[in-house]
Design a protein. Sequence first.
Length: 94
Amino acid sequence: MDPLDDARRRRIGGQKARFDRDGFLVGPDAVPPDILARVVAAADRLSAEGIAREGLSERHHWQRRNCLPDDPAFLDLIALPEILPLVTAILAWD
């Protein structure tokens, strides 16, 4: 990957600050449609399997932490050149 230029570093810094403040980011068109379709299909499958196996919580929701090993689509998502530097900035060294 090419080194990040100053403008991209500033943009990533602003995105990280919004993530730190809000707990999420919105990135319209950040994910190509083919990858997005695979991620949505994998998430739907994991959700259906998890709910069938574990049911819903008292608050009527189901969650899965660390879904990366469950389907390669999630790894494709975080390895995108526009997303990986941001993931690295958010996770930091610790």
